[in-house]
Ligand binder design. Structure first.
Ligand code: GAP
Length: 507
């Protein structure tokens, strides 16, 4: 069953709230725009994503080490990195309703029939993360009369679309909220400011980090001097970042507080192109290995004019979210820009001396930089499925199932007694406790019909349900029900942990 994009998003947001994946932050006070909390299921899903990243990028490799540095650093870090001057988004205000927008995310759209300039079918402002969807968004929002005219005249209609930060001479851009005129775009620095210590003056200004990467560059010398590592090598960090986004949007996609998983990989300049290609491929594969279908995932290479001034190459891993195709992660060749800047601003030597070749150089950096919250949202969107499963009498019933990869599923298995008698609860409880002690996140449920219990676990995305029944008491076997295939098989009760572990790794 395929769901329309906005219908899917509404259903997903509702499931996330109802089942405890994601809540609006400080909801009892009306929430706060751009901040989100993760509930009991959400926190496990997010932890599993971070754990998978750490396992695959740090623990399973001998050329990457980890780091956990402070969120607030000496403000000189942000002068050196260029964030104080350059970390700006273009901001526009509506002169009428005073709403604020990111200028590069608002579009003014005009649709007319040729030869009849007075015959304007559409003249409106639209907000969108995906430029490709602007036209479809306008058509979807139009009233039925306009939509019919647009459909009838589709071949003849001439569309003009421009971005709020690329307004043609003599034109004006329109507010997506009220249709009023927007101001010219101006720069808005997105770093959150705070004060360190008791004084609140310019000497005590500090910033909440807008990326974890700079903490890695600031510690590059420490790591090099204290570990036996040498280029090519990487330093990885997972942690909170903060950006005062002009317009947080699309659920958790663009938040003001979020987590990043960043790897800075240091190598000889002559090997940078090769490592860039390597990490570009590795990072795409990581997402498909964990269940994002390649039909919805793509690697988009940046055009030359899109590249940041310090980057030699950049590719985005993009996912087709229900609200448009957008960036999950960026992989960039940052050259020696950051280390050179920190060398200049701190006066500390950032070069590496190669004992074998007797060469001294500032390493180039390849940076795969992903968002934990965006990855979580992509895995949630991908997992959401509606299908049918048989009830106790074998009749197919509609169900909602979160088809998470077993490695990411918040709960790995649920244990049920078939009925609440004949010692079944005691046996089930023992299996549950053994699984819990072994480190598997599991859930015990003895309430209601077993079919209802399966449905609840399907919605949580639990890949395996174990049922203790009459036969268990005879031969110490239990049934295992697979969330996706719905197949049931009997296995020895003392093999449950091994069975689940094998399948988490295998898929
Ligand atoms: N160090 C490079 C860097 O920070 P970025 O493209 O600005 O690059 C990297 O951010 C990743 O961080 C993005 O691909 C995205 O997944 C995540 N991210 C950035 N801004 C975000 C926001 N406002 N909300 C959620 N995630 C965000």
């Amino acid at each position: 069953m395929t769901l329309k994009a906005n219908e899917l998003m509404d259903k997903l947001v509702s499931l996330c709230k109802r089942r405890g994946f994601i809540f609006p932050s400080s909801e009892i006070y009306g929430g706060i725009n751009g901040f989100w909390d993760y509930g009991p299921l959400g926190v496990e899903l997010k932890r599993n994503i971070k754990e998978a990243w750490w396992q695959d990028l740090v623990l399973k490799r001998s050329d990457v080490v980890g780091l956990d540095c402070s969120i607030i650093m000496n403000p000189r870090v942000w002068e050196a990195s260029g964030h104080v001057v350059n970390f700006n988004d273009p901001l526009v205000d509506c002169k009428n309703c005073k709403a604020r927008f990111r200028a590069d995310k608002v579009f003014t759209v005009r649709a007319v029939l040729p030869g009849q300039p007075e015959n304007v079918l559409v003249f409106a402002g639209v907000e969108s993360d995906d430029e490709q969807l602007v036209r479809a968004g306008v058509i979807a929002k139009a009233n039925s009369k306009t939509r019919r005219r647009l459909e009838d005249q589709a071949d003849r209609t001439v569309w003009t679309i421009f971005r709020g930060d690329q307004v043609p001479e003599g034109a004006a851009s329109l507010c997506p909220a009220c249709g009023g005129m927007l101001t010219d775009a101006r720069k808005f620095n997105m770093m959150f400011k705070t004060f360190v210590g008791a004084m609140e003056d310019s000497s005590s200004v500090a910033y909440l980090r807008p990326e974890t990467a700079q903490g890695i560059f600031a510690n590059y010398r420490n790591v090099l001097d204290t570990s036996r590592i040498k280029p090519p090598f990487g330093i990885a960090q997972i942690g909170k970042s903060f950006r005062n986004e002009i317009n947080p949007r699309n659920y958790t996609f663009r938040s003001r507080e979020f987590e990043q998983m960043e790897l800075e990989f240091f190598c000889h300049p002559s090997e940078a192109d090769r490592w860039y290609e390597y990490w570009r491929g590795e990072r795409y594969k990581w997402y498909t290995d964990l269940g994002l279908t390649s039909a919805k995932l793509r690697l988009r290479d940046h055009q030359k004019e899109e590249l940041a001034h310090y980057a030699r190459a950049c590719a985005d891993v993009e996912y087709e979210f229900p609200f448009g195709t957008s960036e999950l992660e960026g992989v960039a060749n940052r050259t020696d820009f950051d280390l050179t800047q920190h060398q200049k601003f701190s006066g500390k030597d950032m070069t590496y001396f190669d004992d074998e070749t007797k060469e001294r150089y500032v390493p180039f950096v390849i940076e795969p930089s992903g968002g934990v919250d965006r990855a979580t949202l992509a895995f949630l969107c991908e997992a959401y499925t509606e299908d049918h499963a048989p009830d106790e009498n074998g009749a197919p019933q509609p169900r909602t199932v979160m088809r998470f990869h077993p490695r990411l599923a918040p709960v790995k298995l649920a244990v049920f007694p078939l009925v609440k008698k004949d010692a079944m609860p005691e046996v089930a409880e023992r299996i549950y406790q053994d699984c819990q002690k072994s480190g598997l996140v599991c859930f015990y449920d003895e309430k209601g019909a077993v079919g209802r219990r399966y449905r609840r676990q399907d919605e949580a995305g639990t890949p395996f349900c174990i049922t203790v029944d009459g036969q268990t008491l005879q031969d110490q076997t239990v049934t295992v029900r697979d969330r996706d295939s719905l197949k049931q098989e009997r296995i020895a009760a003392d093999r449950v942990i091994e069975y689940v572990r094998e399948r988490i790794v295998a898929r």
